[in-house]
Write a protein that binds this ligand. Structure first.
Ligand code: CTP
Length: 402
């Protein structure tokens, strides 16, 4: 249900394509929209209001006053209620009235009171559509911010062939859905997310790893994608799956692979969220054969891995946002502030292992966001998906300030 809870006014005018408005209405309702139908008097000659009220489960509004009891249909209230107004089909006459502000019926007055995006789907014979007055009027309506759903070419009700067929209802519904998409807050933004642990090889069968499940990073990637961002998710070995068309997943194993993958995409990113629990050290040598048990003691020589967040911080441009995480067990705020500065981050998300329900492997988390100006914002214990929404909200805000 792509339109769940959306309030839509469906205006119908007197064109033969009005019969398609019933199918259109059915489709909008099926997608979860609440639809108020407004018909012009002429539309009722083509399709009965009974059909439309039955399909929308609401009385059709058509006259300024309801015929039986004189109740006033408030075009102002309807205009305020709607998230989107769609007039389909719209005739040359209604287009002309909208241009001229000729508010002599409920549909045009509602249009003039509407505070929401207005979509119109013209339907008329080819000569009427091609007439300079229609084309000029459509241009004017477009300049007012209305969105024209271009009619198609094909056989017309008159038997003539040409441009003037109302856009097909299924396509109109897709356009309506897209319009709500454009309200997403991170459309056109590209974001890199690192997630999960890294595995640092010791020998062919052993590695140094950690308990990171990747849940927090995956939740952030999904929330970013839901807000329209194009996400590159660079993840260490986790048992999670992701299924979102906006998320490109890159699987890596070690810190150096994660660094390479992150560094190569970072220049084109608007933001990067460093959620991975990257190993700070790796074995200095990886033995090609399995290490055999020998004496009672053994040691592995370790060397530092490169800090991915700090590397990106050092090449970060002014219009790029870099977000880090800190998992601390003591002196939390002080340590987090140190990391923020050292890695040149814009803000850091602090998890304290002192907090019950926070940290690795659990579905909840409790965070504090520490900004560059040393302001700390504390959040409640929440589900990781809700925590992700808080972090993404902060990203949206900070990207707006860059
Ligand atoms: N990080 C990273 N690359 C590393 C180590 C850490 O990108 N090699 C990132 C993490 O993804 C996280 C932040 O840096 O966003 C903090 O990591 P953390 O390991 O807590 O900090 P360290 O700088 O390693 O400090 P310490 O281990 O002393 O706590």
């Amino acid at each position: 249900m792509r339109l769940k809870g959306k309030h839509i006014i469906l205006g119908v005018t007197g064109s033969i394509a009005a019969y398609k408005a019933a199918y259109l209405l059915r489709g909008l309702v099926k997608e979860g929209a609440e639809v108020q139908v407004v018909m012009t008097p002429a539309a009722k000659e083509f399709i009965t209001p009974v059909t439309m009220s039955a399909l929308s489960s609401r009385p059709v509004a058509s006259e300024f006053f309801a015929a039986n009891d004189g109740t006033w249909h408030s075009h102002v209230d309807m205009g305020q209620w709607a998230d989107l107004m769609l007039i389909a089909p719209i005739t040359a006459a209604t287009i002309g009235k909208m241009v001229a502000g000729l508010a002599d019926n409920l549909l045009v007055t509602t249009y003039m009171s509407a505070k929401c995006p207005v979509y119109i789907a013209p339907a008329m014979d080819l000569d009427m559509f091609a007439h300079p007055s229609t084309l000029k009027n459509l241009e004017i309506l477009q300049s007012y911010g209305n969105i024209i759903l271009e009619p198609g070419e094909g056989e017309l009700a008159s038997g003539l062939h040409g441009k003037g067929r109302m856009m097909e209802p299924d396509r109109i519904i897709d356009e309506v859905v897209k319009s709500f998409d454009s309200k997403k807050k991170l459309l056109t933004k590209k974001v890199l997310v690192t997630a999960g642990p890294t595995y640092e090889k010791i020998d062919p069968v052993r590695f140094i790893g950690n308990y990171s499940s990747g849940k927090m990073g995956f939740a952030i990637a999904e929330e970013l994608a839901n807000q329209g961002a194009e996400v590159t998710l660079v993840t260490g070995p986790v048992s999670l799956s992701v299924n979102h068309p906006n998320i490109k997943r890159v699987n890596v194993e070690s810190a150096s692979e994660m660094l390479k993958a992150s560094k190569s995409v970072f220049p084109e990113m608007d933001a990067a969220v460093m959620c991975a629990a990257v190993a700070d050290y790796k074995p200095a040598n990886i033995t090609s054969q399995k290490i055999k048990r020998k004496e009672d003691e053994m040691s592995i020589e370790l060397e530092a891995t490169k800090d991915i967040a700090a590397t990106l911080g050092s090449i970060k441009k002014e219009n790029q946002l870099l977000v880090g995480f800190a998992l601390e067990t003591q002196d939390e705020l002080k340590n987090a502030a140190g990391k923020l500065q050292r890695k040149n981050l814009d803000f850091i998300v602090l998890n304290s292992l002192q907090d019950k329900g926070a940290g690795f492997g659990v579905v909840t988390n409790k965070i504090t966001i520490l900004s560059k100006d040393n302001k700390a914002q504390e959040f409640e214990l929440k589900q990781k998906t809700e925590v992700a929404a808080d972090i993404v909200e902060k990203i949206v805000e900070e990207l707006g300030n860059l």
